[in-house]
Design a protein around this ligand. Sequence first.
Ligand SMILES: Nc1nc2c(ncn2[C@@H]2O[C@H](COP(=O)(O)OP(=O)(O)OP(=O)(O)O)[C@@H](O)[C@H]2O)c(=O)[nH]1
Ligand SMILES: [Mg+2]
Length: 300
Amino acid sequence: MSLWDRVSAGLTKSRETLARGLNSLRAPVHKGRQTVSFDEMEAALIEADVGVRMADALIEELKRVPDVDADQVRQHLKTLIISRCDRAPSSALAEGPHPLVVLFVGVNGVGKTTSVAKLAARYRSQGRQVLLAAGDTFRAAAVEQLQIWGARLGVEVIHQKPGSDPAAVVFDAVSAAKARDADVLLIDSAGRLHTKQSLMDELVKIKRVIGRALPGAPHEILLVLDASTGQNGLAQARVFHEALGLTGIVVTKLDGTPKGGIVLAIVDELGLPVKLLGLGEEPDALVPFEATAFAEGLVG
Ligand SMILES: Nc1nc2c(ncn2[C@@H]2O[C@H](COP(=O)(O)OP(=O)(O)OP(=O)(O)O)[C@@H](O)[C@H]2O)c(=O)[nH]1
Ligand SMILES: [Mg+2]
């Protein structure tokens, strides 16, 4: 499936939600002669979780379209979405460093481990040598989950037994990546600890240890957010960003929710780039974020 088809398929529920709003504007009426209600359009934007502030701003701009009909508004909405996305820093993953070290963080169940595996599949398909680090030593089955992916993808997984210090695993993994001259090291981490503070402390330590093993690393710290958590994800992002200094966001499970607009809220409210979109459970269902394809998928 092409990136565009994948994004379009994954955003079906969000697109259907926005289509309801757009269809309420279907009758081609001209401003001045008839008042057009944007209420349903606004409700649809909020349901798609672009956030109230962004919904207001978009509606204000859409009201300036001279001929208010669904197609013109659709085109204009796409342009607005693209320009909003383009305001955030680059959504491209770092390319220069060797090995490139990417740390995945996020609360439990959002799709960290799956995203690590999918990104590994993507790099493998580009012929890069990839190494994985089983940095979630907290959850009993987490190491095994990553090993199953490693076997499936033909990628080595650096691990220790559950319960060991994740910072030690990560230190080993960075050393192994250097020794094996790997192109990319992708590091999984735990999402489930007794308190939020201990999770943050652990992640800060992991980050520090990575930097000690390889100055300048980690080159990417990606927060994984489940799209279906909507606006709550923004609060999570602020906490993680404050502690770790995120370089970008991975938005997962877009295929199961109408809340695809959260991508816009992230870009707008946090000023952080969305770098990858998770659009399903298959290994190829993680795609680089691309504003035009996203706008097309969201609005149709
Ligand atoms: N539909 C869909 N499911 C996804 C996506 N990404 C992850 N999942 C599913 O979400 C569930 C949790 O994914 P994990 O990768 O284990 O999440 P995690 O963040 O590593 O979870 P913990 O290790 O428990 O913190 C799994 O069943 C995945 O298959 C996605 O983009 N779309
Ligand atoms: Mg996991």
